[in-house]
Design a protein around this ligand. Structure first.
Ligand SMILES: Cc1cc2nc3c(=O)[nH]c(=O)nc-3n(C[C@H](O)[C@H](O)[C@H](O)COP(=O)(O)OP(=O)(O)OC[C@H]3O[C@@H](n4cnc5c(N)ncnc54)[C@H](O)[C@@H]3O)c2cc1C
Length: 427
């Protein structure tokens, strides 16, 4: 079986690793000059910067173990801090210490929130995340009910959070523009494992690419797949850089589902007609000339992920001595942030935008997770791994179960292909 994976983002590389472990002949085609996709490190003025994604926390241990990849993480402690009204609430890695801190801040019911959310995380990994055929929302709800987790699938996010968190801090547990989404979304993104990756998130792509190569995977950089070739509703190959044709038995597309659909003459059902408003986030990467002035209450925790009223920032140089300088990442407002006079201390302010994501990474509409993590794209409404074209699979973050650096879609799509091959469907 000759298989191509389109895109060397973390999901594409994870698909490639699982397939190579099964002995398939796998090649990965990547339009950029390096692996990792949105998990990438850029060197700006000699300083290593995680230009897009900046922390790792949702990749299940199982994927690390099964792929045999070794990602050097830095477990900063506290892993996160909420900074609000000149007060800092640290989230320590030690449970007792963390709960004590939240209680001290007047959040007596936080412990119940964490209990439910962590129960969801176990349920997610044990029952619904690892599958080649995503379950319907009804099935997920039924299973969740058996575990006593029904409120996460019945209540809106804001209502659920308000049962456990005071109105003052509620917004820190609700993601922008999603108060009416199903409550499970607060649990999906919650993690006690949020960590920096040594050398920036680009190290994730490098380590995965290294592992893939060890297993015999060929990776072609600066190679854009321009067409997926089909015959009688079956994949027969790809075209690269608008000219070269490669004959294949199967293809896993680990890029945006919309971009994949655009490479097919007929498009993909349910995907080709998706129209979205352009995404509206901004990420700033700031290289500093000198140390900024950090409020006293925040000083002991400035090395962790700082959630503040207008966004989220990190100062990874305080935790990672391999970056070669002072760098701050910031999602949200640059002019309203807790570090005073940040602009004046900056040597460079690099802005990463949805437009750049669209142009340079081929993500139509510029969404962080290829498709929004909202109502019409949640759980069973996200594209699945198998497509109507025999031998064509999807495995990017736009597929089930969705957002962030998890590697779950990459793994599941590889298993869908392996299962179809073993059942004789692909022969
Ligand atoms: C600003 C920002 C901040 C974020 N912060 C975090 C965070 O801190 N933690 C977290 O977990 N997640 C974060 N995310 C989300 C996360 O980075 C993404 O969801 C994830 O990296 C997507 O991985 P992927 O492998 O599915 O796709 P991608 O990373 O998009 O990889 C797809 C690859 O395919 C390539 N490609 C596209 N089209 C073609 C083609 N036609 N031919 C060949 N190659 C092609 C692209 O160049 C890319 O390398 C953030 C995202 C952004 C943009």
């Amino acid at each position: 079986m000759k298989i191509a994976v389109i895109g060397a983002g973390h999901n594409g590389l994870i698909s490639a690793i699982y397939l190579a472990q099964k002995g398939f002949d796998v090649s990965v085609y990547e339009l950029r000059d390096r692996p990792g996709g949105m998990a990438y490190t850029e060197i700006i003025k000699g300083v290593k910067v995680s230009r897009a994604s900046y922390v790792l926390g949702l990749m299940p241990e199982r994927i690390i173990r099964e792929t045999g990849v070794n990602i050097p993480i830095i477990r900063q402690d506290p892993f996160q801090v909420i900074y609000h009204n000149n007060k800092a609430i640290p989230f320590w890695r030690d449970k007792e210490r963390r709960l004590r801190e939240l209680e001290k801040a007047g959040e007596e019911r936080y412990k119940y929130y964490e209990e439910i959310v962590m129960k969801f995380k176990r349920f997610f990994e044990e029952k619904i995340a690892f599958t080649d055929e995503p379950p319907s929302l009804e099935v997920v709800k039924e299973e969740a009910e058996k575990e006593g987790l029904e409120e996460l699938f019945e209540e809106p996010l804001q209502k659920f959070v308000s049962n456990y968190i005071s109105p003052e801090l509620e917004d820190f547990f609700i993601y922008p523009d999603s108060p009416n989404e199903l409550a499970f979304m607060t649990a999906y993104r919650f993690s006690l494992d949020w960590s920096y990756v040594r050398g920036g998130t680009g190290t994730i792509g490098e380590k995965l690419a290294e592992r893939a190569r060890e297993l015999g995977v060929k990776i072609f950089y600066n190679t854009k797949v321009t067409k997926i070739l089909t015959k009688d509703s079956r994949v027969v190959g790809i075209e690269t850089n608008g000219k070269q044709k490669v004959e294949l038995d199967a293809v896993i597309s680990a890029i945006s589902p919309i971009a994949t659909s655009m490479m097919l003459d007929e498009g993909l059902k349910g995907i080709k007609d998706i129209k979205l408003p352009h995404a509206g986030w901004r990420k700033y990467n700031i290289i500093l000339k000198e140390m900024p002035s950090i409020p006293d209450e925040l000083k002991p925790f400035a090395h962790s992920i700082i959630d503040y009223d207008y966004g989220e920032m990190t100062f990874p140089s305080l935790a990672d001595d391999s970056l070669g300088g002072l760098v701050i990442t910031l999602m949200g407002s640059i002019d309203e942030n807790p570090f005073k006079g940040l602009r004046e201390k900056a040597l460079i302010i690099d802005t990463f935008t949805p437009e750049e994501l669209e142009e340079r990474f081929n993500v139509p509409y510029g969404y962080l997770d290829h498709l929004p993590m909202r109502g019409q794209f949640l759980l069973d409404k996200r594209p699945k791994y198998r497509t109507e074209i025999l031998g064509l699979y999807l495995s990017g973050v736009g597929t089930y179960p969705g957002g962030q650096i998890t590697g779950i879609p990459g793994r599941n799509a590889a298993f869908a292909l392996i299962k179809d091959y073993e059942s004789g469907k692909l022969k």
